[in-house]
Design a protein around this ligand. Structure first.
Ligand code: CTP
Ligand code: CA
Length: 226
């Protein structure tokens, strides 16, 4: 059986994964969101659980079922996700932020359905809190991993985020390329860490990529302890 052959190298570790998009409400029938399917985050949660971790998955709205043995917490907006993450952050050993969090939300939300009017509509948007930046500021013992999906200059932008958000590592991928992206069952990522590691994983199933990412995290955590 697959489960019994799997090395339990995350036994005793608490792992927090965020996944999926967020939804930012405009009115009772409308919201802003993005193309994230949640598959990468769910694959990470599933892989970590199979390796013996105690896994919490904080998820925006997705079509996916919670992986076996994973505690899922459902959220809708970026603000909901921030509060859910902060409430369990202190007790985590590894935090992986694969969610595609909205950068902006409408300044005002309407209790009633908005009616169309003559002329153009302008919706004023304000910045959401950067959850990962907040976690970086409050980091104690946690190994903190971000994601960056970019259309161009992926490594340069990824390195910028690694530094600015005080991360231990970041998984960078180029969206729009074959076999890498939001809805796909496959992904291709480059794992960058704060010591300058640049480990590329060519296109593979998200489940395989998840295990490869967890291997890198474990290796980095062991190196940190020495
Ligand atoms: N992130 C977050 N909270 C936000 C926005 C992003 O926690 N409000 C996290 C994402 O979960 C991801 C990382 O930050 O792990 C990078 O997200 P990304 O959208 O690539 O970067 P941004 O910092 O938002 O920059 P930009 O969208 O301008 O590229
Ligand atoms: Ca963003």
């Amino acid at each position: 059986e697959e489960q019994s052959e799997q090395a339990q190298d995350l036994a005793g570790k608490r792992v927090l994964v965020t996944a999926g998009p967020t939804q930012e409400t405009v009115d009772p029938v409308r919201f802003f969101t993005n193309h994230s399917s949640g598959k990468m985050g769910y694959s990470l949660a599933e892989a970590a659980a199979k390796r013996g971790a105690s896994v919490t998955l904080i998820s925006g709205p997705t079509q996916l079922a919670a992986p076996a043995g994973v505690k899922r917490v459902d959220v809708v907006s970026a603000e909901d996700m921030l509060q859910a993450v902060l409430s369990v952050y202190d007790e985590q050993d590894i935090v992986i932020k694969s969610a595609a969090v909205a950068d902006y939300r409408p300044v005002q939300t309407s209790d009633k359905k908005m009616k169309k009017q003559a002329g153009n509509l302008i919706i004023e948007m304000e910045r959401t809190t950067d959850i990962l930046f907040t976690l970086g500021q409050r980091k104690q013992h946690q190994f903190l991993v971000g994601f960056a999906a970019e259309t161009d200059d992926a490594i340069a932008y990824g390195l910028g985020k690694l530094e600015r958000k005080h991360l231990d590592a970041i998984c960078v991928n180029t969206v729009g390329k074959d076999g890498a992206g939001f809805q796909s069952d496959t992904n291709e990522i480059t794992y960058l860490n704060k010591e300058g590691k640049n480990q590329h994983f060519p296109s593979n199933t998200k489940q395989q990529i998840a295990h490869q990412i967890l291997n890198e995290i474990l290796a980095d955590m062991e190196a940190d302890e020495v």
